[in-house]
Design a protein around this ligand. Structure first.
Ligand code: GLN
Ligand code: ZN
Length: 759
């Protein structure tokens, strides 16, 4: 019998029950016990759901109150000194302080750093380690959760992040190599494996996704050493799980580890199957990831079955497991809750539960082909319907895509000439001031939107409300003395959803939530068809805002790569093509803004860097089409129209060539927290166009004073030409409140004035 297994289940709950429980606990409205009860109920529900969907062995310890990497750090007692007393006195409080910081009851603890989990939109907390530190088992989370499932009669495979991946994802405060800590860490794994074995666990899963990245020799040696030590322990059988890509040059390393099973991602990298089978020693279990854990489409079951049968033929039924490509953490829970999607589109989708049912069907098709015939035929028909659907294919879009020429991604003149035309048109002072787009989304703004959505506030009244907000924002910016104004983005819920809702080819789910970090979830739009723009999307608000003032009003768009990156994308065409379609739609919006008298247009691309492939060899290709998409969006305008772009959280060293190739007239970036360190990449590259290095950290309510911003600007002016420099905050102001925003921007304008006097 072919075994169906899973690598991990989303923990937030189909209705975001965990989010609610966490936030109630954090705000003091409910007790720790009630939070832990909700957590236990969710785990039980999810194990039963998986069992009912046909999973033979679900995982345990995939649950987390916040993040699985933080759980591991906590479990291994890798608790930085600043949290230790609290964690000893109240473990849950210590845990959440590491996750979110704590400013209460005399504590002033900042949180661990957060960063993206490989190339997903999930964020993990970065463990902070230091040379010479020790590790110890703290608490018994994996064991307790294994036992909970056991008590329900469900045999699970506990999952732990593997030791090498754990260290490589950590940072050391003293800059020493984290892998130096391997020998200190391994005994804790050995102890834990022993406990799980004693409790009856037949298998454990050690996640080592770093095996799909480029590794140096030291890391490879660390793998060999770590797994030799673990192999010698008294322990359950070990499945090493790799995902998000191909093993490539790490294939021999991965298949050579002295463990009992290996999971590989055959969705991102189906081509590796043959090589994996050849390299895998006889008697090893192959866990074949044949259903996409990161997207929402139904699987091409015939294709998946080909892979599964091929594997079955080689490793045999006793040694083949069928699994999703990666943990289902990155998929919503259950399509059954999508009551508002039309049935055709719904028939094309699979969330976590449906993906597991697909795996069961594949296993049945191998073991008992006759039983699977009918459901497979039905799936084939649905796929065929999707392939042929006129909702998916728009010949006008296809034609436009085919007609793109090099000229479409080329501004009329080079930057120096454009600069002259823009200087004449805009007549801005040296060190011009601006903001990144959004202004405070107050409770009032959010409530009005919610009331409009639920029908309690008429469209006309909502419009009037937005107009008042916009005018208030424009007047405020005039009073503050900013040079290039924005309309404030009060009409927007989210920078991608707002555009997706107005474009053809996008659909929105009601409950398609995916955890982003902690209690925060996102509901990515579903791009199901060719993208086009039936009518202007932002012109009305930008034009209205411009009509209120003599100063230049900056139009505000989300760029094509960011729209792509933060959506569930089609699996039936290349990402690059979907991105180009979005670019063409946005290009029309840019031209309409220009025609409506908007002379400055910002195209936000905060997601360019996170889209980088995991392997360096693939960067060039990605960056080429990403830059091209931006340029298609931006390049239709006259020389005198100034194109801005904005990127936040970006580390630029690796991608500075491509950022320069985007050829925006002005780029704003986040630099205040790094004290302008991020500028280095631009300076070394001799970046020619204009830059607004953020001087105000908008992530905190703290108001920076003028002197602080002057110091940052002087630092920038030492390394850049003064005519290159813009003065702006790090990012949009939507999470801030008005009083601090006003005070900070007044100081920012005063700082710019002082710089003008000095230069
Ligand atoms: N224009 C957007 C804003 O100001 C940009 C947000 C972002 O960079 N993530 O909110
Ligand atoms: Zn930003």
């Amino acid at each position: 019998m072919t075994t169906v297994t899973n690598l991990g289940f989303p923990r937030i709950g189909a209705k975001r029950e965990l989010k609610r429980a966490l936030e109630a606990f954090w705000s003091g409205q409910s007790s720790a016990q009630s939070l832990l009860d909700t957590a236990a109920t969710l785990r039980a529900t999810h194990w039963r759901l998986q069992h009912d969907a046909g999973v033979d062995v679900p995982t345990s310890n995939d649950f987390s109150l916040y993040d699985q990497v933080l759980d591991a750090a906590f479990l291994f007692d890798a608790i930085p000194a600043r949290y230790r007393a609290l964690a000893d006195a109240d473990p849950l409080a210590g845990y959440f302080a590491m996750a979110r910081g704590l400013q209460r009851d005399g504590h002033d603890l900042h949180a661990l750093e957060m960063t993206k989990w490989f190339d997903t939109n999930y964020h993990y907390l970065v463990p902070e380690l230091q040379a010479g530190q020790g590790f110890a088992l703290r608490g018994n989370k994996p064991l307790a959760e294994y036992r909970q499932a056991q008590g329900l009669g469900i045999e699970t495979r506990p999952v732990l992040i593997g030791p090498v991946t754990f260290l490589l994802l950590s940072k050391t405060t003293d800059g020493s190599p984290a892998l130096d800590l391997l020998d200190a860490l391994l005994p804790v794994y050995v102890e834990l494996l022993g406990q799980l074995q004693a409790a009856g666990a037949a298998w454990v899963q050690l996640d080592e996704p770093v095996l799909v990245r480029d590794l140096d020799d030291a890391t490879r040696a660390a793998f060999v050493h770590a797994y030799e030590v673990l192999a010698a322990a008294t322990r359950p059988k070990v499945l090493v799980a790799t995902y998000f890509g191909a093993l490539e040059d790490n294939l021999a390393l991965a298949t050579g580890l002295p463990v009992e099973g290996l999971h590989v991602d055959l969705v991102r990298a189906p081509e590796q199957l043959d090589a994996v089978i050849k390299a895998l020693p006889a008697g090893r279990v192959l866990s074949a990831g044949v259903v996409n854990g990161r997207n929402i489409w139904r699987t091409h079951l015939d294709n998946a079955l080909l892979l599964a049968r091929y594997a079955h033929g080689h490793v045999g039924g006793d040694h083949l497991w069928l699994a999703p490509s990666c943990s289902l953490l990155h998929s919503p829970v259950d399509l059954a809750h999508e009551t508002k999607l039309d049935s055709e589109l719904r028939g094309w989708l699979a969330f976590s539960k449906q993906k597991l049912e697909e795996l069961r069907l594949l296993a049945n098709a191998i073991d008992n082909p006759a039983v699977a015939e009918r459901p497979l035929a039905a799936a084939r028909e649905r796929l065929e319907a999707r392939r042929r659907s006129p909702r998916v294919h728009n010949p006008v879009v296809a034609e436009r895509l085919g007609a793109i020429t090099a000229a479409d991604s080329q501004r009329h003149s080079a930057y120096p000439q454009r600069h002259l035309a823009q200087a004449a048109a805009l007549n801005l002072p040296l060190f011009p001031t601006t903001t990144i787009g959004s202004f405070p989304q107050t409770l009032e703004v959010r409530e009005a939107r919610a009331r409009n959505k639920s029908g309690k506030l008429s469209d006309a009244d909502y419009d009037a409300f937005l107009a008042t907000q916009t005018e208030f924002c424009v007047r405020a910016q005039e009073q503050i003395g900013l040079d290039v104004l924005v309309h404030g983005e009060f009409e927007r819920n989210d920078m991608v959803e707002y555009f997706g809702e107005q474009l053809e080819g996008f659909a929105f789910t009601k409950n398609g939530w995916v955890q982003s970090y902690g209690s925060r979830c996102v509901k990515p739009p579903v791009i199901f068809g060719d993208v086009s723009r039936p009518q202007p999307m932002t012109v009305r608000w930008s034009q209205y805002a411009q009509s209120l003032t003599e100063r230049p009003m900056k139009g505000m768009l989300t760029g094509p790569v960011t729209v792509l990156q933060w959506s569930f994308v089609r699996d039936d065409q290349a990402r690059a093509d979907t991105c180009r379609q979005i670019a063409l739609a946005l290009r029309d919006e840019v031209l309409d803004l220009e025609a409506a008298g908007i002379g400055v247009i910002q195209i936000d691309e905060p997601a360019i860097r996170e889209g980088l492939p995991l392997r360096r060899a693939q960067w060039r290709d990605y960056l080429d089409w990403a830059v091209e998409a931006f340029r298609i969006t931006a390049s239709g305008v006259r020389d005198a129209t100034q194109i801005h772009t904005h990127m936040c959280y970006s580390e630029f060293n690796d991608i500075i060539h491509s950022v320069a190739a985007m050829d925006a007239d002005v780029i704003s970036i986040e630099t205040s927290r790094s004290r302008m360190e991020l500028l280095d990449a631009f300076v070394r590259f001799q970046y020619p166009n204009e830059i607004g290095p953020g001087v105000y950290d908008i992530h905190s309510p703290r108001v920076p004073d003028k002197e602080e911003m002057v110091a940052l600007l002087r630092k920038a002016a030492e390394v850049l030409r003064p005519e290159q420099i813009w003065v702006n905050p790090d990012c949009g102001l939507k999470t801030r409140a008005w009083p601090e925003t006003r005070a900070a921007l007044e100081a920012l304008v005063a700082a710019a004035q002082q710089l003008r006097d000095e230069y």
